[in-house]
Design a protein around this ligand. Sequence first.
Ligand SMILES: [Zn+2]
Length: 162
Amino acid sequence: MKCPECGEPMTSARENYSYTASGLPYVTLIGVEVRRCKACGEHEVVLPRIEQLHRAIALAVISKRARLTAAEVRYLRKYLGWSGTDFAKHMGVTPESVSRWENEREQMSAVADRLLRLMVATKAPVSEYPLDSLADLAEDSAPVRLRVEPAKGGWRAEAVAA
Ligand SMILES: [Zn+2]
C-alpha cells in the first residue's frame, strides 16, 4: 500500500482510533485498521460497512438520556441525509433555528429533541431502539462518549462514562 500523498510505502496496524471525522468529539473506534506513512505523516483509517457504523453511532446517540448537544444534532441531521433547509422543513422550524441549534447558540426544545430522535429511530429498524426511552430524557445536555467496536454483521456502539 503506497501513500497517496508522497508514494512511500505505508504500514498498517490495528489501533483504537478517535473518529473525529464524525463531528462527534468522543467516539473511539476499537481495533480498526489504520495505515500510516512514516515519510510524510499521512494516515488513513479503514472503515468497513460504513453505513452500519453510522447507524450504530446514531442509535447510541438517540439512546442517551441527556439532551442532544449541537454536534449531535448536526451528526443526526447528516445521518438522515438532510441539508439544513431540508431539516428545517421536516422539523417545522426556520433554517435560522437549525443554524442556532447546530452552533450552540440555542438548545433545542424538549419536543424538537424527541422529534429528531423519532425520525432517526424510524429510519433505522425500530426494534433496535425502544421508543419508551423517549419518556425518560434529562433536562440538561451532555455529549455522548462512545466505544464502537467491529462486531458480527456490523458494529456495536457502547456508551462509556465520562
Ligand atoms: Zn506519505
